[in-house]
Each structure stands twice: as structure tokens, then as C-alpha cells.
Design a protein around this ligand. Structure first.
Ligand code: URA
Length: 434
């Protein structure tokens, strides 16, 4: 077999066989196929597309390029949850304790943030002492003891995706249905859970900007998961404004804690209960998503989910006093308000701009080596649909570098658009694909 023939076949719109897909995934992962040939193939796939069977084979080859985690020592149906990436998305920190409090074992691997989207691992590291790298045996013991553990993804999970994703990132070949679904699902299917709940974001702060594209991506991933024998359910949700009010690591963990105390913003509370309800159903603890939702609501209200968060933090070496003392989080030294210059209603808050502005305040990294400022971020005092009076504070930017904070304010201001009439409410949960 030869890479040139494979590139030619795809360039001409041909269908790649399993052997050809296995060949280039293995060859590229092992460094035997150079970047220039892989780039050419990715661009051919981008334009000519892959059908579902090719995408399935690609997913499988990438999954098998590294370790496939064995979680059989954990009792019960393990349920994973994945978001395709958003701004202000701290739902893992809320839904994982809720689902665990309802008896669903959570043994989850999460990622770090890159670019304008945040990552759960960075958020968890805002909790003093919290360890995100722990031995496999301890990880399994923790889940068996407390019902919950979330760690950083190891380099041994789908290494092919790691290499291919880095190349896609610099060759303008990220936003292709097959490449995105294979990338996400290869990692999820290698992570060992029995069921997967996917939160597929849709809107200006997401890979998929339109509802139709987001539904198609969701359906592809659901089919890939089910074809691999894992019950997979997707929820298509809005990402036309940041989720909740807090964007940035410490700020988001505080908002997650407040949500578990019952004081969370409406959108984050609603999405968390919906996702947790689906996880509880997928984990066999409820007969329907609706019953799962009610169970989730109950443990949120009676404090059991918050108690589970405390056990989770302590299990991974973190200081659980943060739950009642937010001064224990890394502290900002500068803050600057964004003031409204007009009366009216907030019509839009561009999620992508807020995500980038938060990154530039110090909350995210531009390269993997960058150190992040865990105190940095943006707090939105107003959300889409809120009435605003000239002079009112729209948002506050936090951080430890005054120049970065000032620069972030200039950027974040541009995210807001106003209307004279009250805008229509954005529908947060757009579709559930079972
Ligand atoms: N997230 C991933 O892990 N891969 C993609 O291709 C896009 C989003």
C-alpha cells in the first residue's frame, strides 16, 4: 500500500477501504508518513468527505492507536459526558456530582482548554491541592469508594487523534463532520465508559454554527457510539452566548458550587439538570430522561449533590473548604468594569469574543506551554434579554495583569449588541437525539 495512491483515491472522490484507513492512521502515528502527505489527505477528505462507514473505520483505527481503558473493576454502568466545547461551560463540575449522587459511577477523563474554549482540567486545578493526574488504580478505587473521579486525559488515549488534530489545526481542516466525529468519538470510546452523553454546541461560539450542522454532527456521533456498543445520547444546545455568567477558571468553579447550592444562573441550572437526567437514564438508574431529571433536581435541592462534590474534591487531594470560602481560590489583583453606554436590551453577547477576551485576560493559553492565570476571567452581569440602563455594569474583567485586563475589556466590549425592543429568548436545549 502507498500513501500517494490513498491521497489520489480520495482526491478523486473514492471510498477508502478499512485497510487503507488503518494504514495511514498507523503510519502517521508512528511517524512513518510525513506531515505533507497527511495534510494533503486531510484536505482531500475535507473536500470529498467520508461516508459513515469510512468515518466508523477512521474512528476505530484512531481509538485503537493507543490504550483502551478497562473500567470493568468499577461496578455499575459508567457514564461519560462530553461537550464539543463552549464558553463558560462548567457543566461537568455540576452534572458529575449530581449523577454520582444518584448512583451513576463517574470515571471520567477531561481535557484542558485551548483557544477560546475552556477545559475542565484547568478549572479543577483552580481548587487548591486538587490533583488531576492520578494512578489508574487510585482512580478506580476512588470511583468505587465515592462514586466519582475526574482526571486529565493521558497521552496514551488515541495518540493518533492528538497528532492528527494538531495538524488539522494548522491546515484549516478542523471543521469537517467526519474528522470532528472521529476525533471526539475515538477518545470517548477509548476511555472505557459504558454509555456516553454528548452536549453538541451550536452557534457563534461553537464549531457548528447552524442548527442543521450541529444535528448532523450529533447524529453521526450517536451512530458511531451505538455502532461500538455504547449507548450514546446527544443533546444539541445553544452557544450563541456564554453559558452562565462566569467565564474563567476560578470564577467558573465558584459558579458551579453556587449552582450545586441552588443559586446558579437559570441556563446553567437547566442544562445541568437536563444532562444529568440523561446520564442517570443512560446509567440505568431511571426509566426515562424525565425521571432522571426529577432525580437530579432532588439531589440538587437536598444538598446530596453538593456533598458529592465535597467528597470528589477531598478524594483528589483538594481543599474542600473552598466550597464555603471562596477567598481560598487564586485571587485577582485587578478588575475593570464594562459599562453600558446606552439604554435598551442586551440583544447579543458573542460567545467567541468573550471566550477570546477571557483567554487574553489570562484565563486561557494560546500555546500548550502557556501558564494560565486561574483568577482571570469575565463575569457577565447581564445576559441576552436583560434590560439595561446607560451607566450600568454589563460585565467585569478580572486578572493579575493590569495590561491584559485593560486589553480584555476593549475586546469584550465588542461582544455586546443592543436592541430597543425586548429580544426573543434564546432556546437553550434545542434537540435530544436518543
Ligand atoms: N474536539 C475534538 O476533540 N476534536 C475535534 O475535531 C473538534 C473538537
Amino acid at each position: 500500500m502507498n500513501m500517494n495512491d490513498i491521497i489520489y483515491k480520495k482526491r478523486e472522490g473514492g471510498k477508502l477501504a478499512k485497510e487503507e484507513i488503518d494504514y495511514f492512521v498507523k503510519g502517521y502515528t508512528e511517524g512513518k508518513i510525513p506531515d505533507y502527505q497527511m495534510s494533503a489527505l486531510l484536505m482531500a477528505i475535507f473536500f470529498q468527505k467520508m461516508d459513515q462507514e469510512e468515518t466508523y473505520q477512521l474512528t476505530n483505527a484512531m481509538k485503537l492507536s493507543g490504550d483502551v481503558v478497562n473500567l470493568s473493576q468499577i461496578q455499575g454502568i459508567k457514564v461519560d459526558k462530553h461537550s464539543t466545547g463552549g464558553v463558560g461551560d462548567k457543566t461537568t463540575l455540576i452534572v458529575a456530582p449530581i449523577a454520582a449522587a444518584c448512583g451513576v459511577p463517574i470515571a471520567k477523563m477531561s481535557g484542558r482548554g485551548l483557544g477560546f474554549t475552556g477545559g475542565t482540567v484547568d478549572k479543577m486545578e483552580a481548587i487548591p491541592g486538587f490533583q488531576t493526574t492520578i494512578e489508574a488504580e487510585k482512580f478506580i478505587n476512588l470511583v468505587n469508594k465515592t462514586g466519582i473521579s475526574v482526571i486529565g486525559q493521558t497521552a496514551h488515549i488515541a495518540p493518533a487523534d492528538k497528532k492528527i488534530y494538531a495538524l488539522r489545526d494548522v491546515t484549516s481542516t478542523v471543521d469537517n463532520m467526519s474528522l470532528i466525529s472521529a476525533s471526539i468519538m475515538s477518545k470517548k470510546l477509548a476511555s472505557g465508559s459504558d454509555a456516553i452523553v454528548l452536549d453538541v454546541k451550536c452557534g457563534d461560539g461553537a464549531f457548528m454554527q447552524t442548527f442543521e450542522d450541529a444535528c448532523e454532527l450529533a447524529q453521526w456521533m450517536v451512530d458511531l457510539g451505538n455502532a461500538d456498543g455504547k449507548k450514546t445520547i446527544a443533546v444539541v444546545t445553544d452557544m450563541n452566548q456564554p453559558l452562565g455568567k462566569a467565564v474563567g477558571n476560578s470564577l467558573e468553579v465558584i459558579e458551579a458550587i453556587e449552582t450545586l447550592k441552588g443559586n446558579g444562573p437559570e441556563d446553567i441550572t437547566e442544562l445541568s439538570l437536563t444532562l444529568a437526567g440523561i446520564m442517570i437514564f443512560a446509567g440505568g438508574k431511571a426509566v426515562s430522561c424525565e425521571e432522571g431529571y426529577q432525580m437530579a433536581e432532588k439531589v440538587l435541592q437536598n444538598g446530596e449533590a453538593l456533598e458529592k462534590l465535597i467528597q470528589f474534591i477531598e478524594g483528589q487531594g483538594g481543599d474542600s473548604k473552598v466550597v464555603n470560602d471562596y477567598s481560598l481560590f487564586p485571587q485577582y489583583t485587578y478588575k475593570q468594569d464594562i459599562i453600558s453606554e446606552q439604554d435598551g436590551y442586551v440583544d447579543k453577547i458573542a460567545a467567541r469574543i468573550i471566550g477570546l477576551a477571557s483567554q487574553h485576560a489570562g484565563a486561557g493559553r494560546a500555546t500548550k506551554e502557556d501558564q494560565i492565570d486561574l483568577s482571570a476571567g469575565i463575569y457577565l452581569h447581564k445576559k441576552v434579554g436583560d434590560k439595561v440602563i446607560k451607566g450600568e455594569v454589563l460585565a467585569t474583567v478580572y486578572g493579575t495583569d493590569s495590561e491584559k485586563v485593560a486589553h480584555s475589556v476593549e475586546e469584550a466590549e465588542k461582544a455586546f449588541a443592543f436592541s430597543a425592543a425586548e429580544p426573543e429568548k434564546l432556546l437553550l436545549i434545542k434537540k435530544i437525539i436518543l
